[in-house]
Design a protein around this ligand. Structure first.
Ligand code: GTP
Ligand code: MG
Length: 338
């Protein structure tokens, strides 16, 4: 991965070189360098989607054993080795962290008010959760960010490609084409660079993340969308007794997504519905599904509400370094605008 150089087609149809994030430059060691990993084990790990050290280092022995079909003792040893080689076992200095933060890129939403609310746009190396009731514009924002990600950096894009996990069958290529045309992009080229998979259930949804891991060896991924993050989990894990296993799965799913965003300096956008909670007397009667786990895993949370005249109010919640606030956006035929 160290010298990976990728090309993307710019809006004039020419191929451009895209410098890869420098975070990857240090990752010289590969899984073959792990102690006790011979060709057969390396193959098993790769087949299970573990082709970089960071991916292994953050696993628990039980999980790795299960997913890569290895013994638990072996898994434990491999994880220890990966932690050393991937150099994530200890603390980083503030200046190293600052270096990493400097790699963060910002993706424009199409609305300057919303970009401003987010401190310049949607940040890479983060998970952003967009939640709100039906028709509040979550999927529309997903479509718009997919198109914008394809654009060159100097136009607020990320000059990369997109993976879109669609759980509700609401991805519309026609809508992408419409939004692409509105920014002067060739619609066919745009659709070529947005990779969509329909997830049929929560297990499939999680497997698709492994598939993204595999495919992003040759595809310069800058945006991963899961729309919706929670719908399958909510439908499949019903009742109080299922709450804990559901949260565990969601937690793992989000960890894997976060990992991808770090490794590729990419943005992860997840959407989430709100549950009507008529029992509450004070505060907002709606609550995001998934509770603490989703809230904590997300770096940014945007709450969307429908407003008058087709407008939407986006509220920033729980940001690590930005003040809470509102932005008014509208969904028009060109896409998301002020
Ligand atoms: P759920 O997935 O049902 O929870 O809703 P959501 O939050 O994903 O809503 P979505 O993003 O699908 O928003 C749907 C709304 O966007 C519609 O009710 C329209 O108001 C608006 N919309 C969608 N497509 C167009 C379009 O082509 N033109 C215009 N002007 N508005 C559109
Ligand atoms: Mg939707």
């Amino acid at each position: 991965m160290a010298s990976k150089k990728k090309t993307a087609t710019n809006m004039d149809g020419e191929e451009e070189d895209i410098p890869m994030a420098e975070i990857e430059e240090e990752e010289e060691a590969t899984i073959e360098d792990l102690p006790g990993v011979g060709p057969a084990t390396a193959e098993k790990l790769k087949e299970a989607g573990f082709d970089d050290l960071l991916a292994i280092a953050v696993m628990s022995p039980t999980e790795l054993a299960e997913q890569a079909e290895l013994g638990e003792a072996v898994s434990s040893k491999i994880i220890q080795g990966a932690k050393k080689l991937a150099n994530i076992g200890g603390f980083l200095s503030g200046s190293k962290l600052l270096d990493r933060r400097k790699q963060v890129q910002k993706l424009s939403s199409g609305s300057s008010a919303l970009d401003e609310l987010l401190g310049g746009g949607f940040e890479t190396q983060s998970i952003c959760e967009v939640f709100g009731e039906f028709g509040s514009g979550k999927t529309q924002i997903g479509h718009q960010l997919a198109v914008n990600t394809l654009m060159p950096l100097d136009q607020g894009g990320l000059a990369g490609e997109v993976f879109y996990i669609d759980t509700e069958d609401t991805f519309r290529p026609e809508r992408i084409a419409q939004m692409a045309e509105a920014v002067g992009m060739d619609p066919e080229d745009a659709l070529e660079r947005i990779h969509v998979a329909r997830a049929y259930n929560s297990a499939h949804q999680m497997l698709l993340v492994d598939e993204i891991k595999r495919m992003s060896k040759t595809i310069d991924v800058k945006l991963i969308i899961v729309d919706s993050l929670t719908s399958h989990f909510r439908a499949e894990y019903v009742g109080r007794g299922m709450l804990a296993p559901r949260q565990q799965k969601l937690n793992r799913h989000l960890k894997e997504l976060k990992q991808l965003s770090d490794v590729h300096n990419a943005l992860v956008l997840v959407t989430n519905q709100v549950m009507s909670n008529p029992g509450t007397m004070w505060g907002d009667p709606t609550k995001a599904i998934g509770g603490h786990i989703v809230g904590h895993a997300s770096t940014f949370r945007l709450y969307l509400r429908k407003s008058k005249g087709g407008r939407r109010v986006a509220r920033l919640i729980d940001s690590p370094n930005l003040p809470e606030g509102d932005a008014v956006i509208s969904v028009v035929s060109e896409g998301i605008r002020d």
